[in-house]
Design a protein around this ligand. Structure first.
Ligand code: GLC
Length: 653
């Protein structure tokens, strides 16, 4: 059962679009707000809500936030932020995913549908309550009552609509690095992977492919004859995936800039001119993605890239990230640089304003014809960019596109996936990657993954192998790293056959992974789930924070600690343990309960649930263009597998 209380005059976020008949809408008057049971207003801008927690309640959800699968014990702030110092204490990340579930004797979900800043205190200091503070008087608050956390989530996924449909190649392994400067760098990557016998489906082009970081331009010296180059790579089974940033460089003579200015498609400043903010290319204007016409225009700008043959893109810096603006000094850029070099500075500043917070109060959008301060709609900005690109790409391309964004809001999953931003090379962030997969799936983002190996810092051989073992199961499987870090392409490490073996598992499992993903998409279901969603009666399973269910039949328990070659695993039921030696699969039945499993560094083990089977490819394909989804056999229990197969590229009708 779903109810929606409407406070004030909320902005249309586009999060809830499906099955509106299933929702009982009700407007809450000002008088009711001030005398309500659990909601009150301070007369200005804040709405507060409080929900009691019982001892055994688990709080699930909140998408891209730090903390555990169970969100109890700390606070979270929805205020999209570009903070590259990923750490447990950070309050905000790149996305605002205001959906959580209190799951105990009863299961109730809440979705705070507002682009405003929202603070969630989830049993902070053992308060035995969830306190939600919405920094606005305008809100749609959805309440979903269900039989279990999973049931509540399914109802939620049903009203926010299904994920965008990525092509099959987007499920292959991708290599990326900030620092590939020329087509020769890309050739080197492709050649080395081939030489190592490691499959590869795409290579990402970071900002250096552009002319001076200007959106929708190409540096023709670094990438001459790009159209031919893209097509030549495609013939080799490799897609190239360029980045697009939110800010359009202020550059008279540049067509994108000129058209934006002429038509008023950019966000405005205090004085009514266009807002100036510095990002990679220097001073930029931000497209006003809140205007329909501006979205259509920006979406159509991708034609400048699709004309070269590109079919996949990643959207970045769209919180939006601001180095400094006409209202802040260059000093803040220096400040950021110092923060980057000395992370201890950031810890000390915890609790202070996030980067760009000041700037966000100084520019404006046209939302439904009304001028609104960016701060009040901040959390929707990145999602609107994704929407503009997704809508544009669906018109420009005859087939499916790949798109993933850094910033997001619930609903953006219908246009593109997300990646979880500038993590770093540590086992702590590997664990967080697993947690994110569970929470993001609850919020509709099923096409997602982290920078495998970590973006910042140097990735050791051990960490890379362990990280690949998790990424083997995440829909987006991309190795990405920052400039100036140690290069982390798999072929650079010792005993490259170990890497081949781990990535080969992904390709052998693709018939299952793709099928389970597409079934989840079509049924508006999760692709990855916490154990408590599948075994709600099992108190032990409900507490597991380091294992996940992948699709219907698989449970994973990756090694998340340095120096470990064993994993303590909890099995809520009898399962088959599967090992893969690079060629063959070996199975062992493991009884319900606790098990200590040996997991050598060059192995990935996983579990197949009792009475489930999994289809695997008979041969190792070097990319998905060579993969025959029907050339399979089954492993696990002797029961039929219901496989979803299509051509991997045509749009779904
Ligand atoms: C941002 C992105 C990162 C990218 C870099 C340069 O930090 O999050 O993925 O490599 O910008 O474009």
């Amino acid at each position: 059962m779903i109810t929606c209380k409407i406070y004030g005059e909320p902005v249309e976020t586009g999060a809830v679009v499906d099955d509106l008949d299933a929702i009982a809408f009700q407007s809450v008057s000002e008088a009711e707000i001030s005398s309500g049971d659990f909601a009150f207003s301070d007369g200005k801008t804040v709405l507060e809500f409080s929900y009691p927690l019982h001892e055994k309640d688990i709080v699930y959800g909140l998408g891209e936030t730090m903390g555990g699968i169970n969100k109890r014990g700390r606070s979270y702030v929805s205020y999209n932020t570009d903070d590259p110092h990923h750490r447990q204490s950070m309050l905000s990340m790149y996305g605002a995913h205001n959906f959580f579930i209190i799951d105990g004797d009863t299961s109730i979900g809440y979705f705070f549908d507002t682009p405003a800043r929202v603070v969630f205190d989830v049993d902070t200091d053992n308060s035995k309550s969830v306190l939600v503070t919405v920094e606005s008087k305008n809100l749609r608050l959805y309440t979903i009552v269900g039989e279990s956390a999973y049931d509540v989530t399914r109802q939620f996924l049903n009203i926010i609509g299904p994920s965008f449909v990525p092509p099959l190649w987007a499920f292959g392994y991708g290599q990326s690095r900030w620092g590939y400067k020329t087509h020769k760098d890309i050739d080197e990557v492709v050649t080395q992977y081939k030489r190592a016998g490691i499959p590869l489906d795409y290579v990402c082009l970071d900002i250096d492919y552009m002319d001076r970081y200007i959106d929708f331009t190409i540096d023709e010296k670094r990438f001459p004859n790009l159209k031919d180059y893209v097509s030549e790579k495609k013939k080799q089974g490799i897609h190239l995936v360029p980045i697009v940033d939110a800010g359009v460089k202020v550059e008279p003579g540049n067509e994108t800039y000129e058209t934006g200015v002429k038509n008023g498609y950019f966000a405005t400043n205090e004085e009514g001119g266009f807002f100036h903010a510095a990002v990679w290319p220097g001073m930029t204007h931000f497209p006003d993605f809140f205007q329909k016409e501006a979205r259509e225009w920006f979406g159509n700008e991708y034609k400048k890239l699709t004309d070269f043959g590109f079919e996949g893109f990643w959207n970045d810096m769209n919180e939006p990230s601001i180095f400094y603006s006409e209202y802040s000094t260059k000093q803040s850029k220096l400040d950021q640089a110092l923060d980057f070099l000395m992370p201890s500075r950031v810890e000390k500043k915890e609790g202070s304003k996030n980067n760009s917070y000041h700037d966000y109060h100084h520019f404006y959008h046209k939302v439904d014809g009304k001028k609104m301060c960016h701060h009040d709609v901040h959390n929707l900005f990145g999602a609107m960019m994704t929407r503009a690109s997704g809508e544009g790409l669906s018109k420009l391309l005859p087939n499916r596109y790949l798109l993933f964004s850094r910033s997001s809001y619930i609903g953006a999953h219908r246009y593109g996936g997300i990646w979880t931003g500038d993590n770093h090379s540590s086992f702590e962030m590997l664990r967080q990657n697993l947690i994110h997969m569970a929470s993001l799936n609850m919020c509709g983002f099923i096409y997602t993954g982290a920078d495998t190996g970590g973006f910042g810092g140097n990735c050791s051989r051990e960490l890379m192998l362990r990280w690949l073992a998790l990424s083997d199961f995440t829909p987006l499987m991309r190795n990405h790293s920052a400039i100036a870090t140690k290069k982390q392409e798999c072929y650079r490490y010792k005993n490259v056959d170990d890497f081949k073996r781990v990535i080969a598992l992904r390709y052998r499992l693709l018939p299952y992974i793709y099928s389970e993903f597409m079934k989840a998409l079509k049924n508006k279901d999760m692709y990855m789930k916490p154990l408590g969603f599948v075994y709600p009666e099992d108190e032990r399973a409900r507490k597991v924070e380091d294992q996940l269910m992948v699709g219907e039949g698989i449970m994973i328990a990756p090694v998340l600690e340095a120096g470990e070659i064993h994993r303590k695993v909890y099995l809520p039921e009898k399962m088959k343990l599967v090992r893969f030696d690079g060629e063959n699969f070996f199975e062992d039945v493991i009884p319900k309960g606790d098990a200590l499993i040996e997991v050598p560094l060059n192995e990935v083990v996983f579990f197949i649930r009792k009475n489930h089977s999994v289809v695997v490819s008979k041969h190792l394909a070097m990319n998905t263009a060579d993969l025959d989804l029907s050339d399979i056999f089954s492993i696990g229990y002797d029961v039929p597998y219901d496989q979803y197969v299509d051509d991997g590229i045509s749009k779904l009708v």
